[in-house]
Write a protein that binds this ligand. Structure first.
Ligand code: FAD
Ligand code: 2HG
Ligand code: ZN
Length: 470
């Protein structure tokens, strides 16, 4: 089938509501929200059933048309930005298929918004623990494809830990039905793990069985301030020691983060009157005895205060106050984009080395881009820092972005030298293909390339992302 006949056939499969080709309609699907990468595609295809996805991919396979899977297009590394071919949007694949309360599982289609997955779990007395600032616009299929991390990794792990089964359309159009809701299943290779975090390079995830946990009866949320990163680490150790599995989030950010978020985000307010260098936002879940968890948080903060580790602290007294504290943290990604052009980093290092990374990384930034504003923040409880660099006020966009590869390499080298990684939770996508090739061993690259070739020998599934083959 030639290219034009294939496009016509795809339109017939999905019907009139299932495709977009006008430039204005296609625009939100080809450009990323960070406004750096701009892509192109022949058409956006929006199938509404797994069977339609399979037929579309079968046609593409036969005609050699490349496919860029896309959920909410909120990714940070350009993985959903197309370079020709079709964008396969999952936005109409958004049914909840089953909630099995006794099994504590939820089976959903890939295009369900993460916020809707959370709400469905919550309505049944469960928690779906994946929590990110983009939850109102990202899709569960995108979360699985990127193995998203977010704010609760310290307690519940990443997306991978929440997935029990998958349904996937393979690059040749076959459907793999792996929708098993089992906690034990040692039957050969665990295929679903290959698709989780593959960023759409091995197939299109169409549905998933998610593992749920009981909803906490209550939460204790507090924000504390500190003078330096060593003290933040000490505070984390105190809270982890007192709360153990009840500690579900330990997030951090700097004074610059507080300043720009309060400036740009309507619902974000600084709960402190004095100026502080560093902030930590912590949350503990209460399953049984709310008073005991609250007391543990109070005692931890009291101990840290007496030892001069924290300089001030507030504890939320209501759900609304807790939400207010979270608004500051959750507003950070958007506030940065409103403030300046940002060169982002998503490194992970052993938690013990976070202060050292910030000190050495800070010197690198100062030397490499004089005048740049450094904004390290993120998920200190799991060792994942967004070591972001904001455009200097007196430097133009293009001049700043020209420095991106150089600063990336230096900060990634530093993370690797400390036993860390260059991508903790955002993935490789398009932006970090060179990093993967540079930092991963020949053995790893060889194995990854062979996995890609085994699943997608024609290289039509999100080509050019994660790993370059052929
Ligand atoms: P997209 O951006 O549409 O796609 C991401 C990748 O997955 C692409 O490679 C795409 O091809 C592939 N893909 C999408 N759907 C499928 C599918 N059904 N089958 C196969 N492949 C598919 N990430 C974190 O890890 N932690 C955070 O705390 C976090 N916070 C964020 C906050 C904001 C404000 C924003 C904008 C983003 C944030 N992200 C975070 C980044 C992003 O990874 C997540 O938002 C989310 O996991 C991406 O989901 P999506 O549906 O938007 O995927
Ligand atoms: C977060 O933790 C996201 O808020 C976004 O991962 C990070 O803006 C960023 O760089
Ligand atoms: Zn993050």
């Amino acid at each position: 089938m030639d290219g034009q006949a294939a496009i016509t056939a795809i339109k017939e499969v999905v019907g009139d509501n299932g495709w977009l080709a006008d430039a204005a309609d296609v625009e939100p699907y080809v450009n990323e929200w960070l406004k750096i990468l701009e892509g192109t595609c022949q058409m956006v295809v929006r199938p509404s059933t797994t069977e339609q996805v399979a037929q579309v991919i079968y046609i593409c396979h036969n005609a050699g048309i490349s496919i860029t899977p896309q959920g909410g297009n909120t990714g940070m590394v350009g993985g959903a930005v197309p370079d020709g071919g079709i964008v396969l949007s999952t936005e109409r694949l958004n049914n909840v298929r089953e909630l099995d309360a006794d099994n504590a599982t939820l089976t959903v289609e890939a295009g369900c918004l993460l916020a809707d997955v959370q709400a469905t779990a919550s309505a049944a007395g469960f928690l779906f623990p994946l929590t990110l600032a983009s939850e109102g616009s990202c899709c569960i299929g995108g979360n699985i494809a990127t193995n998203a991390g977010g704010n609760n990794t310290v307690r519940y792990g990443n997306t991978r830990e929440q997935v029990l089964g998958l349904e996937v359309v393979l690059p040749d159009g076959r459907v793999w039905d792996g929708l098993r809701g089992l906690r034990k299943d040692n039957t050969g290779y665990d295929l679903k793990q290959l698709f989780i975090g593959a960023e759409g390079t091995l197939g299109v995830i169409t549905a998933a069985v998610l593992s749920l946990v009981p909803a906490p009866r209550d939460r204790v949320t507090a924000m504390a301030t500190a003078k330096n990163w060593e003290d933040l680490l000490k505070l984390f150790r105190i809270m982890r020691g007192r709360l153990s599995g009840s500690l579900i989030a330990f997030e951090v950010f700097t004074d610059l983060g507080m300043e720009i978020t309060v400036d740009h985000i309507d619902d974000a307010h600084n709960p402190f009157t004095d100026a502080h260098s560093l902030y930590s936002l912590m949350e503990a879940a209460c399953y049984d005895n709310e008073a005991a968890v609250r007391e543990a948080v109070e005692k931890g903060l009291g101990e840290a205060f007496e030892d001069g580790i924290v300089t001030d602290a507030v504890m939320a007294e209501s759900g609304q106050q807790a939400a207010n504290l979270w608004n500051v943290r959750e507003g950070l990604p958007e506030a940065q984009s409103m403030e300046a052009m940002v060169i982002k980093h998503d490194v992970s290092i052993p938690i013990s080395r976070v202060p050292e990374y910030v000190a050495q990384g800070g010197s690198i930034v100062t030397q490499t881009i004089p005048g740049a504003r450094l904004l390290p923040f993120g998920h200190m409880g799991d060792g994942n820092l967004h070591f972001n660099v904001l455009q200097p006020n007196d430097m133009g966009r293009d001049a700043f972005l020209a420095l991106k590869n150089g600063i990336n390499r230096k900060l990634h080298d530093l993370a690797i030298a400390m036993g860390g990684t260059f991508s903790a939770e955002h993935g490789v996508g398009l932006n970090k293909v060179g990093d993967l090739a540079h930092y991963r061993s020949d053995v790893e690259i060889d194995l990854m390339a062979r996995v890609k070739q085994a699943f997608d020998p024609a290289n039509i599934m999100n080509p050019g992302k994660v790993i370059n083959v052929g």
